[in-house]
Design a protein around this ligand. Structure first.
Ligand code: FES
Ligand code: FE2
Length: 447
């Protein structure tokens, strides 16, 4: 396929033209070439535990029904009646026997098959061909306790599109996490701005000063290493993260850390940090196993290089594991300068525990005072960033090659999609862009 020219493409890898974040034509091209061809996290499986349970997943003007079938399989269908196109349902809900269209009463079973057409004989046969009146299936796969959809029948399987994040998160047993809470935010910014605000650590010192704790090994200056002060600082950091996110570092893990406060550590900073980490990992694992929670050996993950703080699945989903638990994020464009962002706080429960079905949250504005402190700080910058981009004198974002490399990698991967590259051509870039964004420099993408 001949690649088409992308407007406002990334020509210099560490410079992102501002129009990418508000231009309506760029946004339309994303709808046509990116959102129509990528795997998207459509719902958590715990939203649809029983046969007949369904949700609807909306991406731009497309709506998809994701449904648990009688055989336990999860299937997806386009949410549109095959007669005259009425949107069938607004999820979530339970499909008792069948979906009935509210306009003329066409019906569809839980497998999507058409089960009823009133006055069938009034149609010419060519409008009733076998299969052609069933709900149109949409590609659907499961991974990571979520159902994923792809509007492109030619796309490669999900797993191939989300490596190496899938392997990293599988090792950490992401599958067994369950929702503790689920929040949603409407942000008056482009979806890429919103997402990227959570994919670099460069902003932490200025935006989240409470996370810069004197005495932590990375912040210690000059003074001789004091193991007591080090442990106090580590625990303070964990508690500040936990309170700041209302999760991620789960309160129960902070409590485990508190219980280790009197640990004996050597006077060498690196050695002390290593022992602290190992001990805390083991204590967290032991505490969860004692409660009957499935949890992998965190030190084993460290040894095999699989304990990473972010697993990213391009283009719109990621998980931030911390010890036993995690925050996870999903971003969806609502318009060139409007985004729906969702956060899940995930943690571990006894195997087979009865958990309430999570239901979609009320969407809060980004300045709602109910937001936990850390996202509130992130949200406070974003609307002003969107405004600042419009200034005439501002041309492009200048990205730090090492601290914001992922932003460039992500934008250039998007350009690959917008240029109409084939899935085969895009595969190498996906494997690069899905490497832990927090520590990623700008890399060659072979596009
Ligand atoms: S549009 Fe659905 S039955 Fe007519
Ligand atoms: Fe932040």
């Amino acid at each position: 396929m001949v690649a088409q020219k992308v407007p406002f493409a990334i020509e210099v890898p560490d410079r992102a033209p501002k129009q990418r974040y508000y231009d309506p034509d760029f946004f339309a091209l994303e709808a046509e070439q990116l959102w129509s061809r990528t795997w998207q996290m459509a719902c958590r499986l715990e939203e649809i535990p029983q046969p007949g349970d369904y949700v609807t997943y909306e991406i731009l003007d497309q709506s998809v029904i994701v449904l648990r079938g009688d055989d336990g399989e999860v299937r997806a269908f386009e949410n549109t009646c095959r007669h005259r196109g009425v949107r069938l349902v607004e999820g979530p809900g339970v499909c008792e026997q069948q979906f009935t269209c509210s306009f003329h009463g066409w019906c569809y079973g839980r497998d999507g098959a058409n089960t009823r057409i009133p006055m069938r004989k009034s149609f010419d046969l060519h409008n009733l061909e076998a299969g052609d009146t069933d709900l149109r299936p949409v590609r659907c796969e499961r991974w990571g306790a979520c159902a994923w959809i792809n509007l492109d029948d030619a796309a490669p399987p999900l797993r191939e599109s989300i490596e190496p994040a899938a392997t990293i998160l599988d090792a950490w047993d992401v599958e067994t996490l369950r929702t503790e809470w689920w929040y949603a935010c409407r942000l008056p910014v482009n979806w890429k701005l919103a997402e990227q605000a959570f994919q670099e650590q460069y902003h932490v010192v200025q935006s989240h000063p409470q996370l810069v704790i004197p005495g932590m090994r990375y912040g210690a200056q000059g003074a001789t290493f004091d193991p007591r002060a080090f442990v106090d600082a580590e625990i303070q950091y964990l508690r500040t993260m936990s309170d700041g996110m209302a999760g991620m570092v789960h309160a129960s893990d902070v409590k485990v850390a508190e219980g280790l406060r009197d640990i004996d550590l050597p006077a060498d900073a690196d050695e002390a940090a290593a022992i602290w980490n190992r001990t805390l990992n083991d204590a967290v694992v032991a505490a969860h196993r004692a409660e009957g929670h499935p949890i992998p050996d965190l030190n084993e993950l460290d040894r095999t290089g699989k304990n990473e703080p972010m697993g990213y699945c391009f283009p719109h989903y990621f998980v931030l594991p911390m010890y036993s638990s995690a925050s996870s994020y999903r971003f969806r464009p609502l318009g060139p300068e409007e985004t729906l962002m969702e956060i899940w706080s995930l943690t571990r429960f006894p195997e087979g525990a009865d958990r309430p079905k999570p239901t979609p949250p009320e969407v809060w504005e980004c300045d709602d005072e109910r937001w936990p402190p850390i996202p509130a700080q992130d949200f406070s910058n974003l609307p002003r960033q969107q405004l600042g981009l419009h200034n005439r004198g501002f041309e492009y974002m200048r990205l730090s090659e090492r601290a914001e490399g992922h932003l460039s990698n992500m934008e250039r991967t998007i350009d690959g999609f917008l240029a109409g590259r084939t899935h085969e051509e895009l595969a190498p870039a996906l494997r690069e862009v899905n490497v832990n964004p927090l520590v990623r420099p700008i890399v060659e993408l072979d596009l």
